[in-house]
Design a protein. Structure first.
Ligand code: ADP
Length: 355
């Protein structure tokens, strides 16, 4: 529609450029003839000549120039609009082309994502199957080793070997169990039995099992601690994991501190050590799957799964697991504090299936 509008205007001005000055010139001449005409004829005096030149010639010429100038302006505007129109068309075409390309890319990404999810599911199923299959022989192995260790006539070296095998077998069993639990948790199939859990007995039991009497433990527990709302087994597993790490990653002669704080709606258990601490750039990474601070022969034994599982389990129980390091202003032993915070127990027991 727009080009027509400009075309009409252009056409009108083109005609007006000639007709208006002509009309004005004729009118001015006629007027001057009438004004200066006498009964005895026309006198070509200075007034007639001057007025005729001004009104019949220069006036129309100026008006003609103005209309020509306006016509040029409209002409330029018309060309600019036509250019904008072409640019708009090109832009629209480009947008359509890019949108189609993006849509295609999106579809490809969507397809790749679905394939990856399927592969991940297959991998989880495979890991879960293998772990499941490993559990039964490991249970028999542990039982057999326990029976063998009860024999009285064992030489010290055989006892030592059997004990080492027992430790390794227990570690492997724990690993297989963790893998199974992680794949269940990832698949949303881990069942949590939430209920009121007494904190202090879990802390004492975990220290006894994980650390024993080999190390100085500094306790800072309020005299009465309300129960937390958690899954007892998994809550204890997280606490044990934090204690095991504090023991593993700090020198044996340094004490480990256990602090319990009661806040308005939750209870925090802090496990603090005087080890080398954790570098800022590693502090979030160590909560990821298979992430370890050290690797290679010299690294303490581990799989890099403990904190990953601990945080996932804590989140699933509506708690938080946080790290603060350095914990002390001592360059030689900056240490770390892991804090697990859980809600104070509600009234009735509850079961969470799909975490
Ligand atoms: P693992 O101990 O099997 O490596 P974790 O997931 O429990 O796996 O820990 C991941 C990493 O976090 C460890 O390899 C270690 O580098 C670091 N880490 C964990 N706890 C501590 C700690 N108390 N002090 C220093 N580093 C720690």
């Amino acid at each position: 529609m727009k080009p027509n509008k400009y075309k009409n205007r252009f056409f009108d001005l083109n005609v007006l450029q000639w007709t208006v000055p002509l009309f004005l010139a004729v009118t001015a001449f006629v007027f001057e003839f009438v004004e200066h005409g006498h009964e005895d004829g026309l006198s070509f005096d200075l007034a007639f000549t001057g007025e005729t030149i001004i009104f019949g010639l220069m006036g129309p010429l100026i008006i003609g120039f103005i209309i020509a100038w306006m016509r040029q302006l409209f002409n330029a505007e018309k060309e600019a609009m036509a250019e904008v129109h072409v640019l708009n068309r090109e832009l629209e075409a480009k947008v359509i082309e890019r949108t189609a390309a993006l849509e295609q890319r999106n579809n490809e990404l969507d397809k790749a994502n679905r394939e990856l999810l399927k592969l991940d599911e297959m991998k989880s199923e495979f890991v879960s199957l293998v772990s499941h299959e490993l559990r039964a022989p490991l249970t028999s192995l542990n039982g057999g080793l326990e029976v063998a260790l009860q024999a009285e006539n064992l030489s010290p070296s055989s006892r030592h070997t059997l004990e080492a095998m027992m430790d390794e077998s227990a570690r492997l069993t724990q690993f297989v169990q963790t893998i199974l639990d992680i794949s269940r948790l990832d698949a949303g199939r881990l069942t949590l039995n939430l209920g009121a859990v007494a904190v202090a007995p879990i802390l004492y039991r975990s220290v006894e099992v994980v650390i024993g009497t080999s190390r100085n433990i500094k306790w800072n527990l309020p005299s009465e601690i309300p129960p937390v709302w958690a899954d007892e087994i998994y809550y204890e597993q997280i606490i044990r994991n934090l204690l095991r790490n504090a023991d593993k990653y700090s020198p044996a002669e340094k004490q480990i501190e256990i602090n319990v704080r009661i806040n308005d709606e939750n209870i925090s258990v802090e496990v603090a050590d005087h080890g080398a601490g954790i570098a800022p750039e590693m502090q979030e990474k160590i909560f990821e799957r298979f992430q370890r601070g050290q690797s290679g022969e010299s690294a303490p034994p581990g799989w890099g799964l403990g904190l990953y599982f601990a945080r996932k389990l804590t989140d699933a129980q509506n708690g938080t697991l946080l790290l603060s390091s350095p914990a002390w202003h001592k360059p030689a032993a900056p240490g770390s504090v892991f804090t697990i915070t859980m809600p104070i127990a509600a009234d009735s027991p509850e079961e969470i299936d799909n975490v």
